[in-house]
Design a protein around this ligand. Sequence first.
Ligand code: ATP
Ligand code: MG
Length: 416
Amino acid sequence: MKIQALKGFKDILPGEVELWKYVEDTARDVFQRFNFSEIRLPILEKTELFARSIGEATDIVEKEMYTFVDKQVTMRPEATASLLRAYIEHGLYVQKPVQRLFTIGPMFRHERPQKGRLRQFHQMDIEILGSGNPLVDAELMAMAAMLFSELGISVSLELNSLGCPQCRPAYRVQLLSFIKDRLDALCEDCKRRSSTNPMRVLDCKKSNCREQVEQAPSILEHLCDDCKTHFTGVQSGLQQLNVDYSLNKFMVRGLDYYCRTTFEFTTTDLGSQSAVCAGGRYDGLIEKLGGPKKGPGIGFAIGIERLVLLLLQQEKVFAEGSDLDLFVIGLGEKGEQLSYGLVHEMRKQRRSVAMDHEGRSLKSQMKQANKADAKYVLIIGDNEIERGKGVLKNMVTQQQQDVKLESSALVEAVSS
Ligand code: ATP
Ligand code: MG
């Protein structure tokens, strides 16, 4: 019986992996320029970590988590919570007051799989912990913008502020009274959310709900002085760094822990899966998880699947240089035996070399060498062994030369 992968879990095959590596290499290069260090985190964490940080009344915690109920552990649905847990557990704030960290890896959410939406998907997660400076918010967005531009992906940046625990309660009262008058017209999810997390109603993707909240009061008009100053600082930072953005008062983001700055980079090229990158500030969360008092933090996550889809859609072509230096064709028992040792010696000397182990004909092995896009082919038959020299063929120029059947001579010949 053929066993297939689970729904929403995808293999990334050779050929696709190159594109993934290109995305990740470009990202690592950009992150390094901005002085970020990599951190690697476990995939399984205590359920409580996510419930406490992401928030009980969120889509993720309410319905999307893969949890082992008997063990009270959960496959991470996002990376911020784990990263903060590690930051606190290892006292990283003692070593360096401001930590700039990133991590790349798989996340798990039980949602309806569709284009750009999987159950195991991959994120790059970037966080700056220990700084509340609005210029840091702008710098992070500018870094994401730089990455998208270097990848050749066109996206738009949407920005909002969610205020803070000082200014949000008054706004919440106003919003609730606005929603109350329209409650009957909202979808079931929004009816439920309106009491637990009313700002989420603004974020509903259903067109009817959107129409209903079009005239809703905006948090931006209710910010306290500190939040206003912060938001102005973020915007002047973005302007100084020449990052284009637009304000979106409806963008509230689904995670409970956000305060002040929230942002998304969106695309119009992926249907309803429009967010490629999303993030925000979460001052207070570090303290809530047992870290330093009033520890500020900000971060964002980029969905790698969506980046890869965009690159494929833009038919981005990669200069595919061959990685294989040499294909050795050993004919007959002796030829094969000699090749076996030579190939290994050359690999030790850092050359990428392949051979066939199935005793196939010269013609069939030439075909394999062509398919593998080998730069050179070396033929070793009985004659060659007798002469101590093999025929080395340059597959680009088609020129042939005799080369001593010794690894150092061969390495030199294929390196020229
Ligand atoms: P969406 O609104 O698309 O559900 P989200 O708000 O749940 O996104 P975040 O939790 O902020 O997303 O994650 C950041 C990024 O991770 C998203 O912008 C998206 O690119 C990617 N992402 C989130 N969920 C998935 C998924 N199920 N499959 C693929 N990528 C995802
Ligand atoms: Mg989601």
